[in-house]
Ligand binder design. Structure first.
Ligand SMILES: C[S@@+](CC[C@H](N)C(=O)[O-])C[C@H]1O[C@@H](n2cnc3c(N)ncnc32)[C@H](O)[C@@H]1O
Length: 353
């Protein structure tokens, strides 16, 4: 990844602050279709109905960064990097329950103001401690003020692509997460290294600096997330502004899932382990999806690599699985989540809005 001068990074930040703070007042003001996902709104309609309209009208996400395993979220401390108008932070705050704590972080004053105002109204409806939903000013590359190993879950929605120093963003995620904690974030990735940075609209609307998928994966691994997985992937419709430049880059809206677990295997290794989903997660009696390569059917034994076994047994998911085996090594494990993350071959699924 090319690292830009501090001056270039500073002017990029100013451009983005102007764009998100003043230029864009609502989702419909966007020119492209990358940051306009409707999944979250539909999936969490009941909670969204409590979120003030001023915030939902300025929702600029590209996926739903709320993990499906809702019952496991109770009491967690969570952080939303680039929280914008605060919609995802408010939705997640609801699922964290009365004892949870939610922090939204953003660098744009107007976004923070809107999120804070909306958050006060939202928390009155929830009747939770108002101090347990905070919106703080900061840069996701450093997240100053967020202590080391203080957060259980990090989410983010269509923001990481905007950073010229994604390596630092991933290092910061790793720093602030507790051991066993997770990043679950939605973002745009490209099937090649692009040359679109001179187009401010493409940059601000999340395509121009979208990372080449393999670079993103390498950076996550270098930061300590040894085995990042895709929870989901959706191909964006071809973008006319990009095509007009004679550029055939494909963009996907993806959800990354990565756990902070020390000494994970660099490849999927077979230790003869079998995992069984107990079917005891409220709302998911039949199946549990860990990632796009691992959908567990309740009660059905499934061979898993050691990394997957650890994701199930050394995290908040442990109450829902039984894992046996792990006596000796049988070589490489075929077709694990790591392999699926290496490919970017989704079919086109049409425009996102
Ligand atoms: C595309 S919007 C997404 C907002 C929100 N996540 C949502 O889904 O509505 C990008 C947001 O990221 C913020 N942002 C961009 N770069 C940032 C950085 N380096 N540090 C913190 N926030 C940043 C912007 O201020 C803006 O609010």
């Amino acid at each position: 990844m090319a690292i830009q001068s501090t001056e270039t990074q500073e002017s990029l930040r100013e451009m983005l602050q102007e764009f998100y703070g003043r230029q864009i007042q609502k989702t419909a003001d966007l020119e492209t279709n990358a940051c306009c996902d409707v999944d979250t709104m539909a999936k969490h309609a009941r909670v969204v109905s409590m979120v003030p309209a001023a915030a939902t009208e300025k929702y600029l996400g590209c996926g739903s960064p709320i993990p499906d395993d809702l019952p496991t979220l109770k009491g967690l401390t969570a952080l939303d990097l680039g929280s914008g108008s605060g919609v995802d932070a408010m939705i997640l705050r609801f699922y964290l329950g009365p004892n949870g704590h939610m922090i939204g972080l953003d660098m744009t004053g107007e976004q923070l103001e809107l999120a804070r105002r909306s958050g006060v109204e939202f928390m009155q409806k929830l009747n939770y401690d108002p101090g347990s939903l905070e919106f703080v000013e900061g840069f996701m590359e450093t997240a100053d003020g967020i202590p080391d190993e203080s957060v259980d879950l990090i989410i983010s929605n269509c923001v990481v692509n905007l950073s010229p120093r994604k390596d630092l963003v991933f290092e910061t995620m790793h720093r602030v997460l507790k051991p066993g904690g997770e990043v679950f974030f939605s973002d745009i990735v490209a099937d090649r290294r692009t040359d679109l940075m001179d187009d401010e609209i493409l940059v601000a609307e999340c395509l121009g600096m979208a990372p080449y998928v393999h670079d993103a994966r390498d950076m996550l691994q270098d930061a300590g997330f040894t085995d990042p997985r895709f929870f989901s992937r959706r191909r964006l419709a071809p973008n006319q502004r990009v095509l007009d430049r004679g550029d055939l880059t494909n963009f996907d809206s993806v959800i990354w899932r990565a756990f902070k677990l020390p000494d994970m295997d660099r490849r999927c290794e077979d230790y003869g382990q079998i995992a069984v989903y107990k079917g005891n997660m409220a709302g998911s009696p039949a199946t549990f999806t860990l990632d796009e390569g691992h959908v567990f059917e309740a009660g059905r034994p499934m061979s898993v690599c050691r990394n997957t076994a650890r994701m199930l047994m050394e995290t908040r998911l442990r109450a829902y699985f039984e894992v046996t085996g792990a006596t000796k090594h049988f070589g490489l494990f075929a077709d694990c989540g790591t392999e699926s993350a290496a490919a970017l071959d989704s079919e086109n699924s049409g425009a996102c809005c």
